[in-house]
Write a protein that binds this ligand. Structure first.
Ligand code: NAD
Length: 280
């Protein structure tokens, strides 16, 4: 029997809980989002984040810049937000236009206001097994989903496909911290099918429709589909869901799996960073 890992349902539960907690506060947490350019996917994601924040009672401010904005403008704004006591969490929507260094931008965000949990200090803390100010949203959402369904990954072979700084690498580290045996695959990996075949838990974060096919996977494995790409107007995942569904024990749908969990995790991070600003 295959169980669907219902990210939509769990994220709704998480946001309901947050709504209750935020209602008890005498000041509202404030998330500032920087969006540069007119990338339709980024605009969609920022819109969803803002809508969810408003529903919970979190204040959100979106700072929009045109595509040709220079790096200094963005770095200066981050510096201003870092020093603004009324802003508790900062998110820069990625990707950024080519003239702006993502690495410099990420390093400019204060770790105590790092809504996405991707600054060097937070990532470094995760690497040495210390609690960060915030965990990266997508990996955090994935682990929350595994926890909700009581999926124990200790000693299991977890294969992560994709090695980005926001998903693949931190996720691999977080799985390792939970005693999984972790393999990271990427575009240069030679024997991808053989590695996937031995995965008890497979997480695909690539963005290629039907990259993961029925004949590649191990029976009764757990499949987490992070990737998104477009087929016509439809947003699809990396996994050939319909054809391999019967074979696996747990699987995320796409949409309705990792996406809503990422947004709910961002809201949790914003709430936690607000609390940190009050207690720290
Ligand atoms: P990215 O887009 O920066 O990089 C893609 C990764 O895939 C790279 O590490 C690359 O080496 C690897 N890759 C490319 N082709 C491959 C192949 N044929 N075989 C194996 N690996 C290959 O990474 P990202 O920012 O982590 O995003 C990955 C995907 O996840 C994208 O589709 C993105 O839209 C999606 N995403 C979804 C959510 C969500 O909430 N659902 C959140 C973040 C990212």
């Amino acid at each position: 029997m295959t169980t669907i890992l219902d990210g939509k349902k769990l994220s709704a539960k998480m946001t309901d809980e947050l709504t209750q907690k935020v209602a008890m506060l005498d000041e509202k947490p404030h998330l500032a989002v920087i969006l540069v350019g007119e990338n339709p996917a980024s605009e969609l994601y920022v819109g969803l984040k803002k809508k969810t924040a408003e529903k919970i009672g979190i204040k959100s401010t979106v700072i929009k810049y045109p595509q040709n904005t220079d790096e200094k403008t963005v770095l200066d704004k981050i510096n201003e937000l870092n020093n603004d006591k009324n802003v508790h969490a900062i998110l820069v929507q990625l990707p950024l236009p080519g003239q702006i260094s993502e690495k410099k931008v990420i390093q400019a965000i204060s770790p105590q206001k790092d809504a996405d949990g991707i600054t060097p200090e937070n990532i470094g803390k995760i690497s040495i097994g210390v609690e960060p100010y915030a965990y990266p949203c997508t990996p955090k959402g994935i682990l929350s989903l595994l926890d909700e369904y009581n999926i124990n990954i200790e000693g299991k072979h977890a294969v992560v496909i994709g090695r980005s700084n926001i998903v693949g690498k931190p996720l691999a580290q977080m799985l390792l911290n939970r005693n999984a045996t972790v393999t990271i695959c990427h575009s240069h990996t030679k024997n991808l099918t053989d590695i996937i075949k031995s995965a008890d838990v497979l997480i695909s974060a690539v963005g290629k429709n039907k990259l993961i096919k029925k004949e590649m996977i191990k029976s009764n494995s757990v499949i987490i589909d992070v990737g998104t790409s477009k087929v016509g107007n439809r947003v699809v995942g990396d996994v050939d869901f319909d054809n391999l569904f019967e074979l696996v024990s747990y699987i995320t749908p796409s949409p309705g799996g990792v996406g809503p969990m990422t947004i709910a995790s961002l809201m949790e991070n914003t709430y936690n960073l607000f609390k940190l600003s009050r207690n720290g």
